[in-house]
Write a protein that binds this ligand. Structure first.
Ligand SMILES: NC(=O)c1ccc[n+]([C@@H]2O[C@H](COP(=O)([O-])OP(=O)(O)OC[C@H]3O[C@@H](n4cnc5c(N)ncnc54)[C@H](O)[C@@H]3O)[C@@H](O)[C@H]2O)c1
Length: 376
């Protein structure tokens, strides 16, 4: 596979996302072109296969870099203040200077945390990202949102800080669990549902139909198909971030399914549903709301829900016992503007979305109930 380059255009903060099989074995060759300092601190997690870490280190050393490693335990709970301090202490102890780099090798937890550390150490040092989960590749590593969690909530402390370079190696997905892979597929499906709004359309038939027609190849991790879906997802996100880095308008469309999803995650204390599962259910509810508001046809609603289900993602809650807790949590979402719930709703044909506000809580309860009792 030839390498693919996708650019995030942000004037002096522009950077490239480079996609290529086995690119991690060439990490140093690519970083060299940034003119970065000679010290690189790799931040990674214990569940990430050692072979990836060794390949990265081997090439970095070969190309003249001095490497340091912070390996953290896996899990969302390590996107924390104490992990942040650990990274900063390693950089301080080893006298990292502004031109040196922090390199995130892992999923969204590692890229959010390392990006945050890079943004505050010496008021900002180089940040390079090598995402190893599908969600990291198509979403978390791109766009510069960094964060840690505190006990009061997820992602409550963070910055906007763009990486200098993102290297994507689809070969890393071979060792990812099926569950984690599907979480990433939830995001890929999201891009299919909004790509026309972002004006980055995949061929004539559209990305949505491509996902439907190549489902088996995707699930078999066929390298060419995987590269195609990653490349297209990345280009949709890169385009949207280039237009609206700090989410003042267009970037909000990337939250499709999230108003419902966050409510679900929170009501279940982040235990029963993963983020990806909650957003998948949320996306189905957003389609149903779109249909209820006569913005999205019943046929397209059913088609969208069936694609989510084709990939083994949940489309509805197992029961509605916590419905009032969910709607309560939705009302306290940090993205609420002027006390009004905002939703991203699929519209017209598949591929376009619209931001709407002013939906009443009674309407939301009705959508939950209708969707739960429906057949899909
Ligand atoms: N910054 C953003 O724009 C953005 C966007 C979406 C999500 N996020 C954040 O991303 C996080 C979720 O990221 P995630 O879904 O990548 O989860 P994760 O980072 O927790 O990774 C999932 C699990 O897979 C393991 N793993 C990673 N790569 C592997 C590989 N190649 N082989 C085997 N195991 C591997 C990890 O160690 C971990 O146990 C959340 O904290 C979320 O808030 C950020």
């Amino acid at each position: 596979m030839n390498e693919k380059r996708i650019k995030v255009e942000l004037k002096d903060k522009s950077y490239e996302i480079i996609l290529r099989q086995n690119i991690i074995s060439k990490t140093g060759d690519y970083i060299k072109k940034l003119g970065a300092g000679k010290k690189i601190l790799i931040v990674t997690q214990d569940k990430i296969p050692k072979i990836y870490i060794n390949k990265v280190i081997k090439n970095l050393r070969k190309t003249g870099y001095k490497t340091y490693v912070n390996s953290l335990p896996s899990g969302e709970s390590y996107k924390s203040l104490s992990s942040l301090l650990k990274i900063l202490n390693t950089a301080i102890k080893n006298k990292f200077e502004r031109n040196d780099s922090l390199l995130a090798l892992g999923g969204g937890v590692i890229s959010d945390l390392t990006g945050f550390a890079a943004s505050i150490y010496l008021r900002g040092i180089n940040f390079v990202c090598i995402p190893t989960t599908l969600l990291g590749m198509v979403d978390a590593a791109i766009g510069g949102k960094t964060a840690i969690n505190i006990k009061e909530g997820k992602n409550l402390i963070g910055t906007f800080y763009q990486p200098r370079l993102v290297l994507i190696d689809p070969a890393c997905l071979k060792t990812l669990s099926k569950k984690e892979f599907l979480v990433g597929m939830g995001e890929v499906i999201k891009y299919a549902l909004l790509e026309k709004t972002g004006k980055k359309v995949f061929r004539n038939k559209g990305f949505f139909m491509y996902l439907k027609n190549t489902k088996n190849k995707i699930l078999e991790l066929d390298p060419a198909t995987l590269s195609k879906i990653i490349e297209h997802s990345v280009s949709v996100k890169a385009f949207i971030v280039s237009k609206d880095e700090k989410e003042s308008n267009l970037r909000a469309i990337l939250n499709l399914g999230h108003t419902f999803g966050h409510g679900i995650e929170q009501a279940y204390n982040y235990k029963k549903y993963t983020h990806g599962e909650a957003v998948s259910i949320g996306t189905c509810l957003a389609c149903k709301l779109g249909n209820d508001l006569k913005l999205f046809s019943e046929k397209d609603t059913n088609l969208a829900i069936s694609l989510i289900s084709d990939f083994g993602l949940p489309t509805k809650l197992t029961n509605l016992k916590l419905l009032s807790k969910i709607t309560e949590a939705m009302l306290h979402d940090k993205k609420i503007k002027d006390g009004k719930l905002r939703f991203i709703i699929p519209t017209n044909n598949i591929g376009s979305v619209k931001i709407i506000s002013g939906v009443t809580i009674n309407n939301i309860i009705k959508i939950f109930k209708q969707h739960h009792s429906g057949k899909n």
